[in-house]
Design a protein around this ligand. Structure first.
Ligand SMILES: Nc1ncnc2c1ncn2[C@@H]1O[C@H](COP(=O)(O)OP(=O)(O)OP(=O)(O)O)[C@@H](O)[C@H]1O
Length: 331
């Protein structure tokens, strides 16, 4: 008789009405989403959208002075203390600040192994070397004895990926894991992250501002603007036919493949800082489709065309996103 596969909770992680504020000013303003087991969910948006704060809230690593409310559950349980660092792990933006400069990399991994598993020092060292080897650190046994500053940027980033995978996590949170790297290393590190995630059958929450990375590496995408959800759905649907004007604007300003004569539009204006939001939809002042209602009432997420969209005019966004933003209107 074949064994039934283990029942997986339909949502590995659920986040409901997440709010993060500083001195009473909200930077994340009521965000709700799920991460499904084994999926890659990208969190995308311009600088200041609240992506890092959202990622850090999941790990209980908010900066000093931040107040948080909302409901975060892993497999239905709100008790995340024991899961953090084990079932939920972090691949940080900057590996240098995540690693201690005064201990060899292998020693730091071995210490992490011993914090997770009851093993001897020798066994921990062996596991640390094996973990470095798995992420493609050449001559891992020797490299394990080197210090972080003796590693290249790409190698350091691979080492922190190795570290994040030690506890066999169910969810890896990667906060802009490749910003400090050049294009070639970026691709290499993303590939290593994808391989490791797949081998562990872990889900990945990938924070990025790069829509090409989203297209290549994610299953679903949550587009954030000014601390809220703009759009959430499958990568194919959202990027091929955006229903939030903000997503359309991000896409319109991407370089296109092939010869394209007309100059690409850029999204006009800048996102508002927390505490300086306009009334109504925070994107309205930059939106070519904004109508009166958009300047009065903040839109709640609703289902349009198979995805969630927080936009009053979500079903009126035309297919040609470049044209929508090309004339530099707001209408
Ligand atoms: N330590 C802090 N103290 C006060 N305000 C903060 C702090 N950290 C973040 N904020 C506020 O929250 C906003 C969102 O920050 P967050 O780091 O989540 O943005 P982000 O979308 O990750 O942007 P980036 O892509 O630049 O990292 C910031 O623009 C800032 O106004």
């Amino acid at each position: 008789m074949t064994q039934a596969p283990p029942v997986r909770h339909p949502s590995l992680l659920s986040v409901r009405d997440l709010r993060v504020s500083f001195g009473g000013t909200e930077a994340v303003r009521g965000l709700s989403f799920d991460v499904r087991p084994g999926e890659v969910l990208a969190l995308v948006g311009e600088s200041g959208a609240g992506k890092s704060l959202t990622a850090r809230a999941l790990l209980g690593m908010l900066p000093r002075g931040a107040a948080m409310s909302g409901d975060i559950r892993l497999d239905g349980s709100a008790d995340l203390a024991a899961a953090r660092g084990r079932r939920i792990s972090l691949v940080p933006q900057d590996a240098l600040s995540a690693l201690s400069p005064v201990h060899p990399v292998g020693e730091q991994l071995a210490a992490a192994v011993r914090s997770l598993h009851r093993v001897s020092r020798a066994e921990a060292r062996e596991r640390a070397v094996a973990a470095l080897d798995r992420v493609g650190i050449p001559d891992a046994a020797r490299r394990a004895r080197a210090y972080p500053h003796e590693y290249s940027g790409g190698m350091r980033q691979r080492a922190v990926i190795a570290m994040a995978m030690l506890g066999e996590p169910d969810l890896v949170v990667a906060d802009e894991p490749t910003t400090a790297l050049d294009a070639e290393r970026r691709e290499q590190v993303l590939r290593v992250l994808a391989e490791q995630r797949e081998a562990a059958d872990a889900a990945l929450l990938l924070v990025t501002h790069d829509l090409d990375v989203v297209r290549d590496h994610a299953d679903r995408v949550l587009v954030m603007y000014a601390g809220r959800m703009s759009e959430l759905g499958s990568v194919g649907e959202v990027l091929n036919r955006p229903r939030a004007p903000y997503t359309a604007g991000l896409l319109a300003s991407l370089p296109q493949d092939g010869p394209r004569r007309r100059r690409l539009p850029t999204l006009p204006g800048t996102p508002p800082a927390p505490g300086t939001l306009p009334p109504g939809c925070a994107f309205a002042p930059r939106c070519p489709l904004a109508a009166d209602v958009c300047r009065i009432e903040e839109p709640e997420p609703r289902t349009v065309d198979g995805r969630l969209v927080a936009c009053h005019r979500g079903d009126e966004v035309p297919a040609d996103t470049v044209t929508l933003f090309a004339e530099g209107r707001p209408a």
